[in-house]
Design a binder for this molecule. Structure first.
Ligand SMILES: [Mn+2]
Length: 239
């Protein structure tokens, strides 16, 4: 039986043992049954560089790599927290990094995959910092620093981001409908799967006068969230 799994927004953090257990459980019980596993961003709470060799980080890498050993292809898209994934990460976990956006053929349906933060165009502050942090200049200056300094800075960024999340109005934190339709038109798809907003749902919409759908993956907290797709349908579940 065909099965493709999509997850996102796990926000893995080695200081959170319950979340770590949930991830390990998913990687051992559900992921090996799939034809392919897609992680659409924010796998990690923060990624400070592919050279992060702390034991807590290595444990996650080992779990990812074990999937490749079971011949289940693993595709990882960077999110706004782990946008520093690079080729060394691919080598370490035997996965394939995906560009945001990427179009795949999901059992015959062209499907656009995105992390989702680029669709939140009403959040001007996020879009500004996104543009800055993705610049080659910023990345190389950040990565040139010792690991310890990067870890410290990531902590500061996270507390700034938490403050922004708390202060920003709820509506601007969701996707902008026009941005969604534009992206789907541009990539000529009637199906979009993304994460980031932590608002799991399957939305119907009209794109180019035709029925389309936007599937939003859920975040992980005390429960895991997974989208399971086969030839006939996709469904969101918690576990
Ligand atoms: Mn995100």
């Amino acid at each position: 039986m065909a099965l493709t799994l999509f997850i996102s927004d796990l926000h893995l953090d080695s200081t959170l043992p319950e979340l770590t257990d949930l991830f390990v459980q998913f990687m051992h019980e559900q992921a090996p049954k799939a034809d392919a596993v897609y992680i659409l961003g924010d796998l990690f709470e923060a990624w400070v560089g592919d050279d992060d060799d702390r034991a807590g980080t290595q444990l996650f890498i080992d779990e990812l790599r074990a999937l490749a050993d079971k011949d289940v292809p693993l595709f990882v898209m960077p999110g706004n927290r782990d946008f520093l994934f690079s080729s060394e990460f691919e080598k370490r976990c035997h996965c394939t990094l995906l560009n945001d956006p990427t179009v795949i053929d999901l059992y015959g349906t062209p499907t656009l995959l995105m992390h989702g933060d680029s669709l939140c165009t009403d959040d001007i502050k996020h879009q500004e910092s996104r543009a800055l942090l993705r610049s080659t200049d910023w990345k190389s200056r950040f990565l040139d620093q010792p690991l310890e300094d990067r870890i410290q800075q990531a902590k500061e960024y996270r507390s700034m981001s938490r403050k922004h999340l708390k202060d920003a109005p709820d509506a601007i934190m969701d996707v902008n409908q026009e941005a969604v339709i534009n992206a789907m038109r541009e990539h000529k798809v009637q199906q979009l799967i993304h994460g980031h907003t932590h608002r799991p749902a399957i939305h119907s919409l009209t794109v180019n006068g035709e029925q389309a759908r936007r599937i939003v993956l859920g975040d992980w907290n005390s429960q895991g969230s997974v989208l399971s797709c086969n030839e006939s349908d996709c469904r969101l579940t918690r576990f």
